[in-house]
Ligand binder design. Structure first.
Ligand code: OXD
Ligand code: MN
Length: 592
């Protein structure tokens, strides 16, 4: 309970609308969470996994029609359509509130409303922000307890303040036709209904920490970005920090938890993870840009995660983890997913709940785990979690890295000439669709700063905010901006770069550039490495391949420029002139 007037007034209104039978405040204690786990197991909402092999681990299955974020049902309800911009779905706030109120009306009758006070970022950090999520799902409570800091300590931190994000989630009947994930940025309000899938209902994550926070950042002079944060330690024990943004399916979690190649490990290089998905960035008193990870856990995609591809992520899932929509190995009541190992369980329960013979089921062309099945794991479980993870002041950022999946266009790495050019590089980020997703293969999807589904206001104004942030930092203090592409292909369609741990070699060039230690070639698109400056010791890559990885094909780039022009046209006069200037410069450089 609380004496906070703003919280009480808001809750009274929500309770009158949803009419729960009971209200339970989440205090964050282990006893309360344990009681909720037991209740969820008793009702079948969760399955307790093998507690010897996976202590504290549970399993949850969502409805078959409720397995991913729903971008077409996600709205940014700013007072005017212009403020939401051409990329976001928009509806007038009054209209949307009325529409949703009708859905929420009585939606929690016979159900319990859980009240989750939570902090994005360490409690009390100057970076941190508070939210309160009302939900009728124990699964949401238990996930939020992993992904955020929750409970009484957060209410104490809030005190009498009305500065909190008001989050309402009702599971209702998970009807996809009436599913809505709605942000009202001006009201610091999020309403989610008819889903029980993570990204739509763990409202601290995409809805708050990116959509609402990007809007708050624009108003208050900071940034909320879809970026991992890693620390790279050199043999002298110095750690430098990098933020990196990639669209989905580009290996963000893998890069955040990278294990250096053997030869660099032996030299004493290490990588420390601060975050795998979201960064909140502020200019510090020394004029440098600092980042925190506002989350406390990892909500990672399970398929493809193995000891080989991401040892650290897998290790993080070995205790106190919730698995969603993976397969169950009935032989020992543990979990399995495609890519974990080569031994699918014979006695398996696939993600929809049917008992199957795993190898036979897969041979028939089925998947045991849903491709978007997830683990929710506490960050503290990760063997390479940074000692700075809880630092309330954040970590100073040397480099910002943008990336995409481009078969022919982007080279392995290049550096933007300055902040303005870097903003343009981020704004032109794109990825080509893979065979893994439905739809045509090789189609370019533009995804500025990997924020396409997550920016809480007009994307053109968001570019403007990036430019403004650059103006507030001296050029020698601002992070240097880079673009990488781990996915370049040769004419036969083979990947030319080994990726994974070997991406460290590119990070080393990036940090050498930041420290003024490496030279570069001034090319049409930006500063490129001299091939000899990328360390390929012990790699099965010849000089020609490395050269090819670093080439810029003028015709491919001019085609991309045409696509960029078309993309930017939708923003009309709102597009900052600096972006148009950079686009014109790029085109002229390519035609030189
Ligand atoms: C995520 C996403 O789940 O970006 O992190 O979709
Ligand atoms: Mn993400």
């Amino acid at each position: 309970m609380t004496n906070n007037k703003a919280v009480k007034t808001w809750m009274d209104e929500m309770v009158a609308m949803c009419r729960p039978s009971e209200i339970v405040w989440i205090d964050g204690s282990e006893e309360q969470l344990e009681a909720l786990r037991e209740e969820a197991v008793a009702t079948g909402e969760m399955i307790k996994l093998n507690q010897e092999k996976l202590p504290g681990c549970y399993y949850h299955r969502t409805a078959e029609n409720d397995v991913a974020r729903v971008e077409d049902r996600t709205f940014i309800c700013t007072p005017t359509e212009e403020e939401a911009g051409p990329i976001n779905n928009w509806m007038e706030p009054e209209k949307m509130y009325a529409k949703l109120k009708a859905l929420y009306e009585g939606s929690m009758e016979g159900r319990t409303m859980y009240v989750i006070p939570y902090s994005m970022g360490p409690v009390g950090s100057p970076f941190s922000k508070i939210g309160i999520e009302l939900t009728d799902s124990i699964y949401v409570v238990l996930n939020m307890a992993i992904m955020t800091r929750i409970g009484t300590k957060v209410m104490e931190q809030l005190g009498d303040s009305d500065d909190f994000v008001k989050c309402l989630h009702a599971k209702k009947d998970v009807n996809p036709e009436e599913r809505y994930i709605v942000q009202f940025p001006q009201d610091s309000t999020i309403w989610s209904i008819n889903s029980a899938y993570g990204g739509n209902v763990l409202l601290g994550k995409k809805c708050f920490a990116l959509r609402i926070a990007s809007y708050l950042g624009m108003k208050e002079g900071w940034m909320a970005e879809h970026m991992l944060i890693l620390g790279l330690e050199n043999p002298q024990g110095e750690v430098r920090y990098i933020c990196a943004a990639f669209p989905s399916a580009c290996g963000k979690t893998n890069l955040a938890m990278l294990i250096p190649p053997e030869y660099l490990k032996e030299k004493g290089y290490k990588v420390w993870t601060v975050g795998d998905d979201i960064s909140w960035l502020r200019i510090g008193p020394d004029g440098r840009l600092y980042a925190i990870n506002p989350e406390a856990g990892f909500f990672g995609v399970a398929p493809g995660t193995s000891e080989k591809t991401n040892f650290n992520a897998l290790a993080a899932t070995k205790k106190n983890t919730i698995f969603t929509n993976v397969a169950i190995n009935n032989e020992d009541n543990t979990v399995w997913w495609e890519g974990l190992d080569k031994n699918p369980p014979v006695d398996a329960t696939e993600w929809k709940g049917a008992k199957v013979n795993g190898p036979e089921y897969i041979a028939e062309g089925n998947k045991l785990a849903h491709p978007n099945s997830r683990f929710t794991a506490p960050a503290v479980n990760c063997p390479c979690i940074s000692s700075e993870f809880e630092n309330p002041q954040g970590v100073p950022i040397d480099a910002i890295v943008f990336g995409g999946r481009r078969a022919k266009c982007a080279p392995l790495v290049y550096q933007a000439r300055d902040w303005q050019h870097g903003v343009f590089v981020g704004a032109t980020m794109a990825s080509e669709t893979t065979a893994a997703a439905a739809g045509a293969v090789g189609v370019v999807r533009r995804d500025p700063m990997a924020m396409k589904p997550f920016v809480g206001y007009n994307m053109a104004d968001y570019f403007g905010h990036w430019l403004e942030m650059g103006k507030k930092m001296d050029a020698d203090k601002a992070p240097k901006i880079f673009h990488v592409n781990w996915f370049r292909q040769d004419d036969e369609g083979n990947f030319m770069w080994p990726g994974f741990g070997d991406n460290m070699r590119v990070l080393l060039w990036i940090l050498d550039r930041c420290a003024g230690k490496a030279d570069a070639i001034d090319s049409a698109i930006g500063y490129m490495p001299k091939p000899e400056d990328i360390d390929i010791t012990d790699l099965d890559i010849d000089a020609d391949t490395l050269k090819a990885l670093l080439t810029v094909d003028k015709n491919v780039w001019l085609e991309d420029v045409a696509n960029q022009k078309e993309y930017f046209a939708q923003f009309g006069d709102r597009l900052p002139k600096e972006i148009s200037e950079e686009l014109a410069k790029l085109e002229a450089n390519l035609n030189k």
